[in-house]
Design a protein around this ligand. Structure first.
Ligand SMILES: [Zn+2]
Ligand SMILES: [Zn+2]
Length: 186
C-alpha cells in the first residue's frame, strides 16, 4: 500500500483573517424592526434593546425659547420596555403619586391625584425613530400630544398602534403597544 500524499493543504497555515460577513446577523442579533401586527408594514428602523427605560433628560421646558418636544428619553436606535402602567385610563389615588413614569403629577377638579391603570409592557422608543404614523387626537394638549387619552398614533392601515407623548412639558417618548406590533429581524 502506497502512502500517497497527494495534497499539501494542511500545512498549518493560518486562515486568512477577514471580517465575517454580516449576512448571518451575528453582529446585529439584538436589533429588531417593529412592524404593525395587522398589516406588517414596518413602523421603525432597526432598534437595539436597552436594559431599562432611561431617566428622562433634565430639561427646563419653561425656559425653552420655543415650545416643542423635550430631548428624547430613549436615544435614537434603541428601545426599552416600560414595566409600569402607562397611559389611559387614569384613576384617582389617595396618595400623592406620579401619573405615570417620568410624567409628573396630574390632579382632578377635586384635588385628587390621578394615576395610570393603563397597560404594562409598552415598547418605548424615540418618536423620531418611528415612521408612517398618523396622529389621531385623543386628549387635549398645548402644542403636542399627551398619553392621558390612550393610543393616539395610527398605522397607515388605520389600526391604533402607539401612544405619543410630545407636549412641551412632558418627556418625549413614543410607546408602541405590545399587542399591536411585532418585532422582526431587520
Ligand atoms: Zn398597519
Ligand atoms: Zn406644549
Amino acid at each position: 500500500m502506497h502512502d500517497r500524499r497527494d495534497q499539501a493543504q494542511d500545512t498549518g497555515k493560518a486562515a486568512p483573517t477577514h471580517p465575517a460577513p454580516a449576512a448571518d446577523g451575528a453582529t446585529e442579533a439584538e436589533a429588531v424592526v417593529f412592524v404593525c401586527a395587522a398589516c406588517e408594514v414596518p413602523l421603525t428602523g432597526p432598534l437595539t434593546r436597552l436594559p431599562a427605560v432611561p431617566e428622562a433628560p433634565y430639561y427646563e421646558w419653561w425656559n425653552a425659547e420655543e415650545p416643542g418636544p423635550s430631548p428624547p428619553t430613549v436615544p435614537s436606535g434603541c428601545y426599552a420596555i416600560e414595566t409600569e402602567p402607562y397611559g389611559a385610563p387614569l384613576v384617582a389615588s389617595e396618595v400623592p403619586a406620579q401619573a405615570m413614569p417620568r410624567y409628573g403629577t396630574i390632579s382632578n377638579e377635586h384635588g385628587q391625584y390621578l394615576v395610570s391603570q393603563g397597560p404594562r409592557g409598552n415598547i418605548v422608543i424615540n418618536p423620531d425613530d418611528a415612521h408612517g404614523l398618523e396622529y389621531h387626537h385623543a386628549s387635549s394638549a398645548c402644542c403636542g400630544a399627551t398619553p392621558t387619552g390612550g393610543m393616539n398614533q395610527l398605522c397607515t392601515c388605520g389600526t391604533p398602534v402607539a401612544t405619543l407623548c410630545s407636549d412641551c412639558c412632558c418627556p418625549y417618548e413614543l410607546h408602541l403597544s405590545p399587542d399591536r406590533v411585532r418585532a422582526v429581524g431587520p
